[in-house]
Ligand binder design. Structure first.
Ligand code: GYE
Length: 316
């Protein structure tokens, strides 16, 4: 069928105007939970960026349970959202539900944490930090710190994140990879504190009760567990940051305050403010534009002596 040129011209002028009235893009977002300061900042970044981008957000909090996330994903599929984004609490066990999303033609974006799947086409892209690198940065700081130490052994206790989660697995891996080069540094105890303050405190209390070996260093996979552990250390009559060197990851405000008070020695930054990038990605993915399979966040390391100066600049 042929149209007169005038009709085509009128149509091409009207189309962009019409698209302004098109239904807004709908995103189903399944969040891990509200376990840490990092997570709170991440959630508010996602919510405000969605608003800013004119994206309708269906937000579900999984309370750190995979089964809740699977339910949320299924409900997003049933509601026929345009795009699903989620931060998987653990790495494995996603194949079935991701296949369901794929069969329904709904693209999936992973944010913050990765999954382990044999078929990588089950998600479009993954935006998040490099957790192995964060673990390496934490260990490199320790290597420098003890380089001139004459102590015969440096005993480290480790507070791991949620069992089976990408950040817990990778932060352990990166740290171990680097400390290998100094045989004096040994991880004498390692247990999960589930990324929360309460658990971090509880597990640190139990570490402190075992008196067979002196604890020189605490490596916590996130700031919240370190902050919980600081309380336990103080209650045990020791000075956190002095009697026990404390290294953690995230770089949230609470960590900067603890560093300013001399109770935490260093934090490796992990940026939770992924919202704006995620919304742009979602638009591109829905528009079928090509996107990178892996998008990394750029981050630094902050020590106690920089804390006071840096604190006013922190956005989370
Ligand atoms: O480090 C921790 C949170 O997945 C990077 O999850 C995130 C981690 C973060 O609970 O504080």
């Amino acid at each position: 069928m042929r149209f007169p040129r005038r009709t085509l011209l009128a149509l091409s002028l009207a189309l962009p105007a019409l698209s302004a009235f098109a239904a807004p893009l709908v995103m189903g977002f399944s969040q891990v939970g509200a376990e840490s300061e990092w997570r709170t900042a991440n959630t508010s970044s996602v919510k405000s960026a969605a608003k800013e981008a004119g994206i309708t957000l269906k937000f579900a909090d999984a309370q750190q349970k995979q089964e809740n996330q699977v339910k949320a994903l299924r409900s997003f599929i049933a509601q026929k959202v345009d795009v699903i984004a989620f931060s998987p609490v653990v790495e494995s066990g996603w194949e079935t539900v991701l296949k369901e999303a794929k069969a329904a033609g709904i693209p999936v974006i992973l944010t913050d944490r990765a999954v382990k799947v044999t078929d990588e086409s089950l998600y479009v892209t993954f935006i998040g930090s490099d957790f192995v690198e964060e673990g390496r940065k934490a260990a490199k700081w320790l290597l420098d710190r003890v380089a001139k130490s004459t102590a015969p052994a440096i005993n480290v206790v480790e507070l791991q994140g949620t069992v089976g989660s990408a950040p817990a697995i990778d932060r352990k891996k990166g740290f171990e990879e680097i400390i290998k080069s100094n045989a004096k540094i040994q991880i004498i105890r390692s247990q999960s504190g589930d990324f929360t303050r309460a658990k971090g405190k509880e597990v640190m209390e139990s570490f402190l009760k075992q008196k067979d070996k002196k604890i020189d260093v605490l490596y916590a996979h996130n700031d919240d567990m370190a902050i919980g552990a600081i309380q336990a250390i103080e209650e045990a009559g020791l000075k956190p940051g002095v009697d026990i060197t404390i290294i953690s990851i995230d770089g949230v405000r609470g960590a900067f305050e603890a560093m300013k008070a001399g109770k935490l020695n260093v934090t490796v930054e992990c940026n939770p403010l992924l919202g704006p990038q995620l919304m742009q990605l979602a638009k591109d993915v829905v528009a079928k534009k090509p996107v990178e399979k892996r998008i990394k966040v750029i981050e630094g390391v902050y020590t106690a002596d920089q804390a006071a100066k840096e604190l006013p600049n922190r956005k989370y």
